[in-house]
Design a protein around this ligand. Sequence first.
Ligand SMILES: Cc1cc2nc3c(=O)[nH]c(=O)nc-3n(C[C@H](O)[C@H](O)[C@H](O)COP(=O)(O)OP(=O)(O)OC[C@H]3O[C@@H](n4cnc5c(N)ncnc54)[C@H](O)[C@@H]3O)c2cc1C
Length: 203
Amino acid sequence: MKNILLLNGGKAFAHSHGRLNDTLHGAALELLSNAGFSTRQTKIDAGYDIQAEVENILWADLVIYQMPGWWMGAPWTVKKYVDEVFTAGHGTLYANDGRSRSHPGRKYGSGGLLQGKHYMLSVTWNAPEEAFVDPAQFFEGKGIDAVYFPFHKANQFLGMTPLATYLASNVMKEPAVDRTVARYRAHLAEVLGFVLPKGGAES
Ligand SMILES: Cc1cc2nc3c(=O)[nH]c(=O)nc-3n(C[C@H](O)[C@H](O)[C@H](O)COP(=O)(O)OP(=O)(O)OC[C@H]3O[C@@H](n4cnc5c(N)ncnc54)[C@H](O)[C@@H]3O)c2cc1C
Protein backbone atom coordinates (compact mmCIF):
# COMPACT_ATOMS: atom_id res chain seq x y z
CA MET A 1 0.00 0.00 0.00
CA LYS A 2 1.59 3.24 -1.15
CA ASN A 3 -0.94 5.91 -2.10
CA ILE A 4 -3.40 7.24 0.48
CA LEU A 5 -6.30 9.61 -0.17
CA LEU A 6 -7.48 11.40 2.97
CA LEU A 7 -11.01 12.78 2.79
CA ASN A 8 -11.87 15.30 5.49
CA GLY A 9 -15.62 15.28 6.06
CA GLY A 10 -15.54 17.75 8.97
CA LYS A 11 -17.91 20.70 8.76
CA ALA A 12 -18.90 23.59 11.02
CA PHE A 13 -22.65 23.26 11.58
CA ALA A 14 -24.75 23.73 14.71
CA HIS A 15 -22.90 22.16 17.67
CA SER A 16 -20.24 20.55 15.44
CA HIS A 17 -17.35 22.94 14.81
CA GLY A 18 -15.31 20.64 12.60
CA ARG A 19 -12.12 21.24 14.55
CA LEU A 20 -11.73 17.75 15.97
CA ASN A 21 -12.14 16.21 12.51
CA ASP A 22 -9.65 18.74 11.09
CA THR A 23 -7.26 17.78 13.90
CA LEU A 24 -7.55 14.02 13.31
CA HIS A 25 -7.27 14.50 9.53
CA GLY A 26 -4.16 16.68 9.99
CA ALA A 27 -2.57 14.19 12.39
CA ALA A 28 -3.11 11.34 9.92
CA LEU A 29 -1.76 13.38 7.00
CA GLU A 30 1.41 14.25 8.91
CA LEU A 31 1.95 10.74 10.31
CA LEU A 32 1.37 8.96 6.99
CA SER A 33 3.48 11.41 4.95
CA ASN A 34 6.34 11.04 7.44
CA ALA A 35 5.95 7.25 7.33
CA GLY A 36 6.70 7.34 3.58
CA PHE A 37 3.23 7.06 2.05
CA SER A 38 2.22 9.30 -0.85
CA THR A 39 -0.79 11.31 0.25
CA ARG A 40 -3.50 13.41 -1.32
CA GLN A 41 -6.25 15.18 0.59
CA THR A 42 -9.62 16.74 -0.02
CA LYS A 43 -11.59 18.85 2.44
CA ILE A 44 -15.05 17.98 1.20
CA ASP A 45 -16.81 21.04 2.62
CA ALA A 46 -14.35 23.34 0.79
CA GLY A 47 -15.59 22.02 -2.56
CA TYR A 48 -14.03 19.61 -5.03
CA ASP A 49 -13.84 18.74 -8.69
CA ILE A 50 -15.85 15.56 -9.23
CA GLN A 51 -13.66 14.18 -12.01
CA ALA A 52 -10.47 14.96 -10.06
CA GLU A 53 -11.92 12.98 -7.14
CA VAL A 54 -12.60 9.99 -9.41
CA GLU A 55 -8.92 10.21 -10.43
CA ASN A 56 -7.86 10.50 -6.76
CA ILE A 57 -9.79 7.33 -5.88
CA LEU A 58 -8.27 5.51 -8.87
CA TRP A 59 -4.82 6.66 -7.72
CA ALA A 60 -5.33 5.60 -4.09
CA ASP A 61 -4.56 2.22 -2.57
CA LEU A 62 -6.41 3.37 0.55
CA VAL A 63 -9.17 5.97 1.02
CA ILE A 64 -9.62 7.31 4.56
CA TYR A 65 -12.94 8.95 5.44
CA GLN A 66 -12.65 11.31 8.43
CA MET A 67 -16.11 12.45 9.50
CA PRO A 68 -18.44 13.21 12.39
CA GLY A 69 -21.47 11.05 13.16
CA TRP A 70 -24.54 13.10 12.28
CA TRP A 71 -28.01 11.66 12.81
CA MET A 72 -26.66 8.13 13.01
CA GLY A 73 -24.48 8.30 9.91
CA ALA A 74 -22.37 10.36 7.53
CA PRO A 75 -22.96 14.12 7.17
CA TRP A 76 -24.93 15.08 4.06
CA THR A 77 -21.81 16.66 2.57
CA VAL A 78 -20.01 13.30 2.63
CA LYS A 79 -23.07 11.48 1.27
CA LYS A 80 -23.23 14.07 -1.54
CA TYR A 81 -19.54 13.44 -2.29
CA VAL A 82 -20.22 9.71 -2.53
CA ASP A 83 -23.30 10.23 -4.72
CA GLU A 84 -21.47 12.60 -7.07
CA VAL A 85 -18.05 10.99 -7.27
CA PHE A 86 -19.05 7.31 -7.27
CA THR A 87 -21.75 7.95 -9.88
CA ALA A 88 -19.25 9.79 -12.10
CA GLY A 89 -17.02 6.74 -11.69
CA HIS A 90 -19.34 4.46 -13.70
CA GLY A 91 -16.96 2.68 -16.05
CA THR A 92 -13.83 3.37 -14.01
CA LEU A 93 -14.69 2.82 -10.32
CA TYR A 94 -17.33 0.19 -11.09
CA ALA A 95 -18.40 -1.55 -14.29
CA ASN A 96 -22.00 -2.35 -13.40
CA ASP A 97 -24.00 -3.81 -10.51
CA GLY A 98 -22.43 -7.21 -11.03
CA ARG A 99 -25.47 -9.20 -12.21
CA SER A 100 -25.71 -10.96 -15.54
CA ARG A 101 -28.75 -11.40 -17.79
CA SER A 102 -28.63 -15.15 -17.21
CA HIS A 103 -28.72 -14.71 -13.38
CA PRO A 104 -30.49 -11.42 -12.66
CA GLY A 105 -31.05 -12.43 -9.03
CA ARG A 106 -27.44 -13.14 -8.16
CA LYS A 107 -24.15 -11.34 -7.57
CA TYR A 108 -25.62 -7.87 -7.06
CA GLY A 109 -22.79 -5.59 -5.92
CA SER A 110 -19.94 -7.56 -7.51
CA GLY A 111 -19.25 -5.18 -10.42
CA GLY A 112 -16.64 -3.00 -8.68
CA LEU A 113 -13.34 -2.29 -10.42
CA LEU A 114 -11.29 -1.44 -7.30
CA GLN A 115 -10.43 -4.96 -6.14
CA GLY A 116 -7.30 -5.01 -3.99
CA LYS A 117 -7.84 -1.45 -2.75
CA HIS A 118 -8.93 -0.52 0.77
CA TYR A 119 -10.95 2.11 2.60
CA MET A 120 -11.14 3.07 6.25
CA LEU A 121 -13.59 5.04 8.39
CA SER A 122 -12.40 7.37 11.16
CA VAL A 123 -15.46 8.77 12.90
CA THR A 124 -16.24 11.07 15.81
CA TRP A 125 -19.39 10.64 17.92
CA ASN A 126 -20.99 12.30 20.90
CA ALA A 127 -22.29 8.85 21.92
CA PRO A 128 -20.16 6.92 24.42
CA GLU A 129 -18.47 3.63 23.53
CA GLU A 130 -21.07 1.71 25.57
CA ALA A 131 -23.86 2.89 23.25
CA PHE A 132 -22.29 0.76 20.49
CA VAL A 133 -21.08 -2.33 22.33
CA ASP A 134 -23.53 -2.93 25.18
CA PRO A 135 -26.57 -4.96 24.03
CA ALA A 136 -28.72 -3.05 26.53
CA GLN A 137 -27.78 0.37 25.08
CA PHE A 138 -28.96 2.34 22.04
CA PHE A 139 -27.21 0.44 19.22
CA GLU A 140 -28.14 -2.94 20.76
CA GLY A 141 -24.53 -4.14 20.91
CA LYS A 142 -24.28 -4.19 17.10
CA GLY A 143 -21.09 -2.08 17.01
CA ILE A 144 -19.99 0.96 15.04
CA ASP A 145 -19.70 -0.87 11.69
CA ALA A 146 -23.34 -1.93 11.79
CA VAL A 147 -24.26 1.74 12.14
CA TYR A 148 -22.31 2.44 8.91
CA PHE A 149 -23.55 -0.65 7.04
CA PRO A 150 -24.86 1.23 3.94
CA PHE A 151 -21.73 3.42 3.84
CA HIS A 152 -19.54 0.30 3.97
CA LYS A 153 -21.63 -1.31 1.24
CA ALA A 154 -21.26 1.74 -1.07
CA ASN A 155 -17.47 1.38 -0.86
CA GLN A 156 -17.61 -2.39 -1.24
CA PHE A 157 -19.79 -1.93 -4.34
CA LEU A 158 -16.66 -0.38 -5.92
CA GLY A 159 -14.68 -3.49 -4.97
CA MET A 160 -12.80 -2.04 -2.00
CA THR A 161 -12.17 -3.89 1.29
CA PRO A 162 -12.44 -2.22 4.72
CA LEU A 163 -9.64 -1.67 7.21
CA ALA A 164 -10.65 -1.51 10.88
CA THR A 165 -12.77 1.52 11.78
CA TYR A 166 -11.45 4.14 14.21
CA LEU A 167 -14.13 5.42 16.60
CA ALA A 168 -13.63 8.49 18.77
CA SER A 169 -16.58 8.43 21.18
CA ASN A 170 -17.95 10.85 23.76
CA VAL A 171 -16.19 13.70 21.94
CA MET A 172 -18.47 16.50 23.17
CA LYS A 173 -18.74 15.58 26.85
CA GLU A 174 -15.12 14.48 27.15
CA PRO A 175 -13.05 15.54 24.10
CA ALA A 176 -9.64 14.35 25.51
CA VAL A 177 -8.15 15.48 22.19
CA ASP A 178 -4.52 14.52 22.90
CA ARG A 179 -5.55 10.98 23.87
CA THR A 180 -7.92 10.73 20.89
CA VAL A 181 -5.14 11.76 18.48
CA ALA A 182 -2.62 9.41 20.13
CA ARG A 183 -5.06 6.49 19.85
CA TYR A 184 -5.70 7.33 16.21
CA ARG A 185 -1.98 7.42 15.41
CA ALA A 186 -1.56 4.02 17.10
CA HIS A 187 -4.57 2.68 15.15
CA LEU A 188 -3.10 3.84 11.82
CA ALA A 189 0.29 2.33 12.62
CA GLU A 190 -1.35 -0.96 13.55
CA VAL A 191 -3.66 -1.31 10.55
CA LEU A 192 -0.98 -0.18 8.09
CA GLY A 193 1.79 -2.18 9.76
CA PHE A 194 4.42 0.44 10.52
CA VAL A 195 6.18 1.42 13.71
CA LEU A 196 5.16 4.72 15.29
CA PRO A 197 7.97 7.25 15.47
CA LYS A 198 9.47 7.72 18.94
CA GLY A 199 7.18 9.64 21.30
CA GLY A 200 4.14 8.76 19.19
CA ALA A 201 2.92 5.77 21.20
CA GLU A 202 -0.56 5.70 22.68
CA SER A 203 -0.70 7.68 25.90
C1 LIG B 1 -26.51 17.78 12.78
C2 LIG B 1 -25.79 16.99 13.84
C3 LIG B 1 -26.17 15.70 14.10
C4 LIG B 1 -25.49 14.95 15.05
N1 LIG B 1 -25.87 13.66 15.26
C5 LIG B 1 -25.20 12.90 16.15
C6 LIG B 1 -25.55 11.53 16.35
O1 LIG B 1 -26.44 10.98 15.70
N2 LIG B 1 -24.87 10.83 17.29
C7 LIG B 1 -23.83 11.39 18.01
O2 LIG B 1 -23.24 10.70 18.84
N3 LIG B 1 -23.45 12.67 17.81
C8 LIG B 1 -24.11 13.43 16.91
N4 LIG B 1 -23.72 14.74 16.70
C9 LIG B 1 -22.53 15.25 17.40
C10 LIG B 1 -21.31 15.16 16.45
O3 LIG B 1 -20.97 13.82 16.21
C11 LIG B 1 -20.12 15.91 17.06
O4 LIG B 1 -20.50 17.27 17.17
C12 LIG B 1 -18.89 15.76 16.18
O5 LIG B 1 -18.47 14.42 16.13
C13 LIG B 1 -17.74 16.59 16.73
O6 LIG B 1 -16.73 16.67 15.75
P1 LIG B 1 -16.13 18.09 15.31
O7 LIG B 1 -14.97 17.87 14.44
O8 LIG B 1 -17.21 18.97 14.79
O9 LIG B 1 -15.64 18.58 16.76
P2 LIG B 1 -15.60 20.03 17.39
O10 LIG B 1 -16.99 20.49 17.64
O11 LIG B 1 -14.70 20.91 16.61
O12 LIG B 1 -14.85 19.71 18.78
C14 LIG B 1 -15.38 18.84 19.77
C15 LIG B 1 -14.73 19.20 21.10
O13 LIG B 1 -13.32 18.98 21.01
C16 LIG B 1 -12.61 20.19 21.25
N5 LIG B 1 -11.50 20.24 20.29
C17 LIG B 1 -11.56 19.92 18.97
N6 LIG B 1 -10.35 20.05 18.39
C18 LIG B 1 -9.52 20.46 19.37
C19 LIG B 1 -8.12 20.75 19.39
N7 LIG B 1 -7.36 20.64 18.31
N8 LIG B 1 -7.56 21.12 20.57
C20 LIG B 1 -8.32 21.22 21.69
N9 LIG B 1 -9.66 20.96 21.74
C21 LIG B 1 -10.24 20.59 20.59
C22 LIG B 1 -13.59 21.31 21.02
O14 LIG B 1 -13.27 22.47 21.75
C23 LIG B 1 -14.88 20.68 21.49
O15 LIG B 1 -14.98 20.74 22.89
C24 LIG B 1 -24.40 15.53 15.78
C25 LIG B 1 -24.03 16.86 15.53
C26 LIG B 1 -24.72 17.60 14.56
C27 LIG B 1 -24.30 19.01 14.27
